[in-house]
Design a protein around this ligand. Structure first.
Ligand code: GLN
Length: 199
């Protein structure tokens, strides 16, 4: 695929930042609010924001079921933070009735790093990259448990949360607890654009 069309789920979350990085990498981009827009996408980003709001709005705008279908049907999808929660098959500390789109065989814990360390950043070794990435965490989830087919791409290197999983991939799906759309390092988006181009 020469220049894939990559959508960003745009009912809620930090949509603009993702659109900006994806465009700079040469992808055609689309803000996705309706099923017709989703149909045009070769790949999709689920941004950071608030997963409890995202699932409600996805329901309200009739985007929930089409998203589940496309994700299950093999559309490459990248979830960051709240987007990771949306892609997870199982959540801990969700609100009552909180639904996810699912697809990734992981259990995530919402707001896992606790109140005192709501937001923080630090270097992370990301699988396959020579130099570390800067992980920006904002009320982030971590991955509590992964299924057999899930590759772990990054973990917290030190401190109280040392060893916690913060980036994963399972075939056409990938997710990070942190926000790679913040800052100037585009390597993780490039990784995703390549994944879309190759599929
Ligand atoms: N805490 C948010 C949630 O549960 C995620 C935060 C984020 O995306 N920065 O959805």
């Amino acid at each position: 695929m020469a220049s894939p069309t990559i959508g960003v789920f745009a009912l809620q979350g930090d949509v603009r930042e993702h659109l900006h990085v994806l465009r700079a990498l040469g992808a055609r981009t689309l803000a996705v609010r309706r099923p017709e827009e989703l149909e045009q996408c070769d790949g999709l980003v689920l941004p950071g924001g608030e997963s409890t709001t995202m699932y409600k709005l996805a329901r309200a705008f009739d985007l929930f079921d089409p998203l589940v279908e496309r994700i299950a049907g093999g559309m490459p999808t990248f979830g960051t933070c709240a987007g990771m929660i949306m892609l997870a098959d199982r959540i801990e500390d969700g609100i009552a009735g909180q639904e996810t789109l699912g697809g990734l065989d992981i259990t995530v814990r919402r707001n896992a790093f606790g109140r005192q360390v709501d937001s923080f950043e630090g270097p992370l070794q990301f699988d396959g990259f020579d130099a570390p990435v800067r992980g920006v965490f904002i009320r982030a989830p971590w991955v509590e448990e992964v299924g057999d087919d899930v590759e772990v791409l990054a973990t917290i290197p030190s401190g109280q949360a040392a060893g916690r999983i913060v980036a994963v991939r399972q075939q056409h799906l990938m997710a990070t607890s942190f926000h790679p759309e913040v800052g100037t390092d585009d390597r993780i988006h490039r990784y995703f654009v390549d994944l879309v181009s190759q599929s």
